[in-house]
Design a protein. Sequence first.
Length: 323
Amino acid sequence: MNNLRRLAFGLAVTAAFVSCAWLAAAQQPGPKGVNPKDKERLQALIDDYKRLEPLKVTKINDNIYLAKGGRGGNDANVGFVVGKRGVIFVDSKNSAESEKDVLVEIAKITSEPVNTAIILHSDHELGISALPAGLTIIAQENTKKEMEVSTAHDAVPRDYFPTRTIAKDETMTIDGVRVRLLHWAPAHASGDLIAYFPAQRVAFAGDLIVTDFPLGATQIHPELHGSVAGWIESVKEMLALNADTYVSGHGDLFTKNDVRTKLAFIEDKWDKMRLMVAQGKSLDEIKTALGESIEPPKREAPDSLPPPTVTTEVVYNEMTKKD
């Protein structure tokens, strides 16, 4: 009985410690150099995230539009740009049905057809099959490779595989619209592509930036060869663009300062973890030191955020991976 009491007491102390660690982390002012107001603004964007909301189209700048929300919780953001003789569709919804809904909204704005699609990454490209047949489809070369080996669950018809691929950096004019397409490193996935419209100073960042993850976390797909180190590199390069507006893959628009603040939080986690990994700390020890739960990550409800441990685990695996 005494052993059971000691065990119960030990578990209670551990639970209290983890709870206090979470509270301490929440009360921290943020990484060094981050203005508390900038942290509050980014946190407000995260707090406003809603997965279950109807499709809504808003004008971003000149001829650039954002389509946000969608049926069945299909919350992936897509954009479209109206050119002289056609429409450029940027990114893709998770289903053909949701993509068709966006086409209905486009038809309310212009009679020009969608003749070009730019796929920004490879984890939700199913919607592209709803677009007109025979259009030009542009993607980073790694995204095309991922699409070619997709399973039956997420396979895109071969007729909708990319017809043009980008390696690193290419600028082109499509229907009178100047766009620069950039890839720096595997980040969210192996083939992340940024669609930057310099005249409008708008950059579509895909899932490199999202608001459905907490401050110290972001969406990385190791199974698609994504990398936190590559994410940091890519976001630094993205900040060097002369853009005022960054379109996130999920959630609201980011300013340059919002992106800079997000980068600071991820870099702060990376730097702290690098020191702890060098000291031989275990994953659970690192989570505890960061004020995070050691319980397996899980989402409680559709609109709830995943815990920051999802990124902590990816970082740990990257740092301890043996070549």
